[in-house]
Design a protein around this ligand. Structure first.
Ligand code: FAD
Length: 555
């Protein structure tokens, strides 16, 4: 769409198409405001497609005394589980307890009981060593005392962003991707008057007018408005994950363990047919406009952790499907270690420009309501904040008969596409109502999203509308021909454009998602860990002498 065809005047302009911007956009359109969302790359391109995909209270925040934040996150988790079945799903987690390891059984018992109290339901259980081993047969049992099972939840993060955006668009909002806000305009009284936007590909520009602008640009927030506290600034912290096929790392429940090297909590999470291992937490010094990548040291750290926990699986780097890295928007005074920094959000108000940053995927609704509350005096006088209104309208899950899809597939489709799930299936050819190997995605999702979800590039389609770029070998290289066939009617690309898109996607994938090292280039220490049998022996020795002597920290 040409920018010149857009209306000039808006009640609210939201900058940033991650979870924070999408949450604000959804709430604002529910309140009946004329709202536009502007994203400089693709929707969810930033951190919001690169998280650990957990909707969780964050047990570790309890230890750091952030009770309020954990309580809010647990409440939001419970609400999302009720409102978005098929998109946000509960996930059982296992947490082993080793001899001499901190936190020990008693501390974890207290933490998990508090967690249950916040959820108003008993959701955890302790198993002795033998029972726990049966729950996770490949676990390193040396020094194992037993372990806990507790409940949390998970999500497809970019689909959560997209569901909010499309619901808001259906309620009358406009959302532009590949459009950047270049400038915030103010009037002679320094009150916000609007923004200058630019289509980053066509270079077309336009001025949009509104007395209220919300800057929801995550790690980029200080580019549009500097922190009002000279001692507290955004500290970009990189977190990376490795992705394994379920065949190599066969866990059906989430698993949380203390990493032997630095005693941080690391997650192993089954997700969409694959298994994620993460995350790291490091200062990110690179330019934010460059796609973040996992480093060799991070690969080595995550491999060391997972190998020490599951030595019998003989996991090696060759098993790994890919990696992804994201940048946490964290407010910092620069004194703490990355993992000790608070994940709480902040709201800064400056005469019509409201900046909201920090926070978590899980608490997006709270961020949205806090930002809109701060913007209230610049919004139309009749709009009302309703903190109790559901985020997602209820979608009756009454699948039409005769398509041969399992109830789980229907549930997942309703969760992702809302009521449009039925059209997606009705429009599909029968052979496309099958699951793409190694994933939970069905082929029919591809032409649907290509047609209906503002896809500009192949990277948008394969990395954020569906996630097969992360879930299948070499970013789905073997499927690219079929994908082209499926989507060529929906995407107005000629042969040359398809070729260029395919080349750009492959290059992008190699830069951002391939491992920085394959075995050939791995330093000797990592190569040893990556060799199946030596890795097993060494990690067993490592575990015996180091891991259960460790003094870890609570999750
Ligand atoms: C490794 C990792 C794991 C995590 N795991 C979890 C988890 O499991 N659960 C959880 O609850 N939270 C998790 N988080 C935190 C969570 O992912 C982030 O807090 C959240 O995604 C931030 O969303 P955001 O919308 O504020 O920022 P982003 O998602 O980064 O969105 C900001 C957007 O603004 C756009 N933008 C910037 N400047 C402009 C401009 N001038 N014009 C237009 N657009 C612009 C960017 O392109 C970007 O898309 C994790 C974070 C990381 C890094």
């Amino acid at each position: 769409m040409d920018l010149k065809d857009l209306p000039d005047q808006w009640d609210l302009i939201v900058i940033g198409g991650g979870i924070t911007g999408a949450g604000i956009f959804r709430e604002a359109t529910r309140m009946g405001m004329r709202t536009i969302l502007i994203e400089q790359r693709d929707f969810a391109w930033g951190t919001s497609s690169r998280s650990s995909k957990l909707v969780h209270g964050g047990l570790r925040y309890l230890k750091e005394g952030h009770f309020k934040m954990t309580k809010i996150a647990v409440e939001e988790r419970e609400r999302l589980l009720k409102e978005a079945p098929g998109l946000v799903e509960s996930l059982k987690f296992l947490l082993p307890i080793y001899e001499d390891q901190k936190p020990g059984k008693r501390t974890m018992q207290v933490g998990l009981s508090l967690y249950d109290l916040m959820a108003r339901e008993r959701q955890h259980q302790y198993y002795d060593r033998e029972k726990f081993r049966k729950l996770v047969p490949p676990i390193n049992s040396s020094g194992l005392e037993g372990g806990f099972e507790f409940l949390d939840a998970q999500v497809d993060d970019s689909r959560l962003v997209l569901r909010l955006i499309w619901d808001a668009v259906a309620a009358g909002g406009r959302a532009l991707n590949y459009t950047a806000v270049r400038h915030i305009h103010r009037n002679e009284d320094r009150l916000v008057a609007g923004v200058e936007v630019e289509d980053v590909e066509t270079r077309e520009t336009k001025r949009l007018y509104s007395p209220a602008v919300i800057n929801a640009t995550g790690s980029w927030a200080e580019h549009l408005h500097p922190s009002p506290d000279p001692h507290r600034h955004l500290r970009p912290l990189r977190g990376s994950h490795l992705v394994f096929p379920a065949s190599a790392l066969p866990l059906t429940k989430g698993f949380s363990f203390i990493h032997p090297a630095d005693h941080r909590a690391v997650f192993v999470v089954p997700w969409e047919g694959a298994v994620l291992v993460g995350t790291t937490d490091l200062d990110h010094a690179q330019n934010l406009s460059v796609e973040p990548q996992i480093t060799e040291a991070e690969v080595s750290y995550l491999m060391q952790g997972v190998q020490s926990m599951f030595p019998s699986l003989n996991l090696s780097l060759q098993d790994c499907l890919c990696a992804f890295a994201g940048i946490r928007p964290v407010l910092s005074e620069g004194k703490l270690k990355p993992s000790e920094e608070s994940r709480e959000h902040v709201v800064w108000t400056d005469r019509g420009l409201i900046t909201v940053t920090g926070g978590k995927l899980t608490t997006f609704r709270r961020l949205a309501l806090d930002a809109l509350k701060a913007a209230r005096s610049f919004l139309p006088p009749d709009v009302k904040l309703d903190r109790k209104a559901p985020v997602f309208d209820e979608v009756p899950q009454t699948p039409p008969l005769g398509y041969g899809l399992t109830p789980q597939i229907w549930r997942r489709l309703y969760g992702r596409y809302g009521a449009a799930a039925e059209n997606l299936v009705r429009q599909a050819k029968p052979r496309d109502l099958t699951v793409i190997p190694g994933t939970h995605t069905i082929w029919a999702e591809l032409p649907y999203v290509a047609q209906n979800e503002q896809v500009r590039h192949l990277t948008d389609l394969l990395l954020r509308r569906v996630r097969i770029g992360l879930l299948t070998p070499e970013g789905g290289k073997a499927y690219l021909k079929r994908i082209r066939k499926l989507c060529q009617n929906a995407l107005p690309w000629d042969r040359r454009r398809w070729k260029a898109e395919t080349r750009a996607y492959r290059q992008h994938w190699t830069h951002a998602h391939a491992l920085p090292v394959r075995l050939a280039g791995v330093p000797a220490k990592q190569r040893i860990f990556a060799l199946p049998f030596l890795g097993k022996i060494l990690s067993a020795i490592y575990h015996k002498f180091f891991t259960h002597k460790q003094r870890g920290r609570i999750l």
